[in-house]
Write a protein that binds this ligand. Structure first.
Ligand code: CP
Ligand code: NVA
Length: 330
């Protein structure tokens, strides 16, 4: 079946079929090879995109900028302080203005409805660079990394430890369901994903040959896992006050040597980053002082180990975002 994504939004993985995702991964591999070989690929010269960031970013912003530049695109970056969006101008009006000037719009921010609304009114492709609910561009980078490490995606056992109802937990569960992986959310009950989304993913997994499991039991949840994945315990946009309760809920779900030893023999460790694996950050140091913990969701030992593929994932953000830009704008 041929895949054509021209003009399509990229708002959440739920909107994409497994074939479309595979197509984007193939395209990403081609772009990665071209970049490595120094082959020019400014196929989209003459087009322009705008990047709207209401939350901070290193990887996503740089990936969109570098991918855009490599493809020959003009790229405009707008942060919360430098646009009218939200404060003086509605999402609907912003979408209609930017849609007249740009060939595509990236949005990182809060509610999923904002990016869905932008897409509804912009009349050009809109890409979700992370909302409170989903982080779809991260999913492509993670799948590409998994395929590079295992030579396959389907049938692998994937365990996510941590806040399983945040944007990463939701997106990974959907992605695993679509692509036929066996997904386990290993978390305290309070942080299990939304029941409706779980049901939807169970239906999708039935079709793909994957499975969905939720467990509070760390030994059960990590035994035989090919991939152990975690994310920060408090996400962007959450109030500082939640650190206390989140640390209490999640400290036993830290990815450490014991967890990795319980996983499959050649298991890998993944993290979307940024990560609190030491005290070399302002927040990391503050948490250490206030709560007496020097490593949070992952120990420095695991983060720095040979099993950790976090910087491959980070690099793959750029190759996969390039594929999304190309496929939807070409
Ligand atoms: N993983 C990720 O989205 O990183 P940034 O927040 O730095 O963009
Ligand atoms: N859950 C994290 C992901 C960062 C890429 C956050 O939203 O802050």
């Amino acid at each position: 079946m041929s895949v054509n994504l021209r003009g399509k939004n990229f708002l959440k993985i739920l909107d994409y079929s497994a074939d479309e995702i595979r197509y984007l991964l193939e395209l990403s591999k081609n772009f990665k090879n071209m970049k490595r070989a120094g082959v020019r690929h400014d196929f989209l010269k003459g087009k322009n995109i705008v990047l709207l960031f209401e939350k901070t970013s290193t990887r996503t912003r740089c990936s969109f900028e570098v991918a855009g530049n490599d493809l020959g695109l003009g790229v405009t970056y707008l942060d919360p302080g430098s646009s009218q969006m939200g404060k003086k101008e509605s999402i609907k009006d912003t979408a209609r203005v930017l849609g007249r000037m740009y060939d595509g719009i990236e949005y990182r921010g809060y509610s999923q409805w904002i990016v869905e609304d932008l897409a509804k009114y912009a009349k050009v492709p809109v890409w979700n660079g992370l909302t409170d609910d989903f982080h779809p561009t991260q999913m492509l980078a993670d799948l590409l990394t998994i395929e590079e490490k295992f030579g396959r995606i389907e049938g692998l056992n994937f365990t996510y430890m941590g806040d399983a109802r945040n944007n990463m937990g939701n997106s990974l569960m959907v992605t695993c369901a679509k692509m036929g992986l066996n997904f386990t959310a290993c978390a305290p009950k309070e942080l299990f994903p939304d029941e409706k989304l779980v049901k939807e993913c169970e239906m999708i997994a039935k079709e793909s040959g994957g499975s969905i499991r939720l467990t509070e039991d760390i030994e059960e949840g990590t035994t035989g896992a090919h991939i152990i994945y975690t994310d920060i315990w408090v996400s962007m946009g959450e109030p500082e006050e939640v650190w206390d309760s989140r640390i209490k809920l999640l400290k036993s779900y830290q990815v450490n040597k014991k967890v990795m030893e319980n996983a499959a023999k050649h298991a890998i460790f993944m993290h979307c980053l940024p990560s609190f694996h030491d005290t070399n950050t302002t927040i990391g140091a503050q948490i250490a002082e206030k709560f007496g913990i020097r490593e949070m969701e992952v120990t420095d030992e695991v983060f720095e180990s040979a099993q950790s593929v976090v910087f491959d994932e980070a690099e793959n953000r750029m190759h996969t975002i390039k594929a999304v830009l190309y496929a939807t704008l070409c």
